[in-house]
Design a protein around this ligand. Structure first.
Ligand code: NIG
Ligand code: FE
Length: 410
């Protein structure tokens, strides 16, 4: 099956020599083809070119006059398996309580963990499926999904089995991340190291045995898990073949970035508290600094120093962090806008941060994240838009018209 998209106003983020990710000044070096065509054969990108070159034969043709084609967003950090919402805490936040104060009162992650315990796999699957469909409609083609609201062996496995089923059924590319160390559960209060023992000795072996996760995560931050806890958990996870991708430096200069780099984490995420020492550690690594501006926006926290990081030569990725507590949205177009407005990223840098760099942060940049021959055909066609800069500029509405995943129109 050959699908041709012709008369494309501009084809965005094309690569003739694909790279794993883009860092520093390279992030703004985004290639495009104006007045272009794109040929998809089965599930792959077969070729592309300018409308002044001969059009290839196809079984089906889409006329994209006035519209642009982008690689789908890759959302490398989400927590979309949950039951119920947390707008009561949202009101507490408006009244002035901090995220940590809410968590200390048993709200936050522990609140969602209670509901997780009650929920069936079918309910969780149904809710997460709807979230995935909504994300897809906004141009996302690949999603990393974390556990972390179970906080017991049984409930963590329940979450991961739901992710496994979504992986099998969804047209989106799904990766699973085991986040048993998201918070210390209520029944382990005051016995944090025993909970870490449980993760290391029981949860990780079971997750590995059932092949339920690609990655392992720890919320390494003030009031949650320490650097030593993180060291133990990542060491055990790596031994079982799980690749580290962790939450770090959201609430403090916690040492999370450095411990992530030490364990060759694929990404360290959040990074609101990043100074010179953290940048230095990252510069000598292949770890992707991943920023989550939706969470900083929603809990009204200082933003990560994205500009400083890019100017220092680092790559930066941006994901949604879709979760009920700190970012109840998986709209990556909004993340693009936040990147430009709050991080002062140029539109090209923000597009790179949400496509090829997030693809790297979920280990799929060899097949996703850009328009390149031989990559998987995960692209979206926009509504008619004047320029690609219009994508972050016009915030709040959906500018995606058609989504194509694995070569199939959705
Ligand atoms: O990435 N920071 C830790 N974990 C999530 C929040 C989870 C929640 O509050 O439910 C985050 O922001
Ligand atoms: Fe998160």
């Amino acid at each position: 099956m050959r699908l041709l998209i012709k008369n494309i106003k501009e084809l965005i983020q094309v690569e003739s020599a694909p790279v794993a990710y883009k860092a520093g000044k390279e992030m703004r070096n985004m290639h495009t083809v104006k007045h272009a065509w794109l040929l998809i054969q089965d599930d792959k990108i077969a070729d592309f070119g300018g409308m002044n070159s001969p059009l290839p034969a196809a079984d089906q043709t889409i006329d994209a006059t006035g519209k642009m084609v982008f690689p789908c967003f890759c959302d490398s950090h989400t927590h979309i398996i949950y039951k119920g919402s947390r707008e009561i805490e949202y009101i507490d936040k408006i009244r002035g309580l901090s995220y940590e104060e809410i968590a200390k009162r048993g709200g936050g992650i522990l609140n969602t963990a209670l509901r997780m315990h009650e929920a069936t796999e079918e309910e969780l699957y149904r809710d997460a499926w709807l979230r995935l469909e909504e994300m897809k409609a906004h141009g996302t083609g690949a999603v990393e999904i974390k556990s972390g609201y179970g906080l017991s062996t049984e409930d963590e496995l329940k979450m991961l089995r739901v992710i496994k089923q979504l992986k099998a059924d969804s047209a989106l590319t799904v990766k699973a991340n085991f986040l048993g160390a998201h918070a210390v559960p209520a029944n382990y209060k005051g016995r944090q190291s025993e909970y870490v023992d449980l993760i290391v000795n029981e949860m990780i072996p079971k997750v590995a045995e059932e092949k339920l996760a690609d990655f392992i995560d720890v919320f390494c931050d003030r009031g949650f898990f320490t650097v030593d806890d993180t060291d133990r958990i990542l060491e055990a996870g790596t031994r079982y073949g799980l690749i580290p991708k962790i939450h770090a430096n959201e609430l403090d200069y916690s040492g999370g970035i450095q411990i992530g780099v030490k364990h060759h984490a694929l990404s360290v995420d959040h990074l609101e508290c990043t100074g010179d020492a953290e940048i230095e550690a990252l510069l000598h690594s292949r770890t992707m600094p991943t920023l989550l501006p939706g969470a900083a926006f929603f809990i009204n926290m200082p933003y990560a120093p994205a500009r400083k990081m890019i100017n220092a030569g680092l790559p930066v990725a941006m994901a949604s962090d879709f979760n009920p507590g700190t970012c109840p949205s998986g709209n990556m177009q909004l993340i693009l806008s936040m990147g430009c407005i709050k991080f002062r990223m140029l539109p090209e840098e923000a597009i790179t941060a949400t496509t090829i760099n997030t693809a790297y942060a979920m280990n799929v940049s060899d097949s996703l994240g850009s328009i390149a021959k031989g990559k998987t055909a995960n692209v979206f066609i926009t509504k008619p838009i004047p320029t690609y800069e219009y994508m972050p500029y016009s915030f709040g509405d959906n500018k995606v018209e058609t989504v194509i995943l694995n070569g199939k129109i959705q």
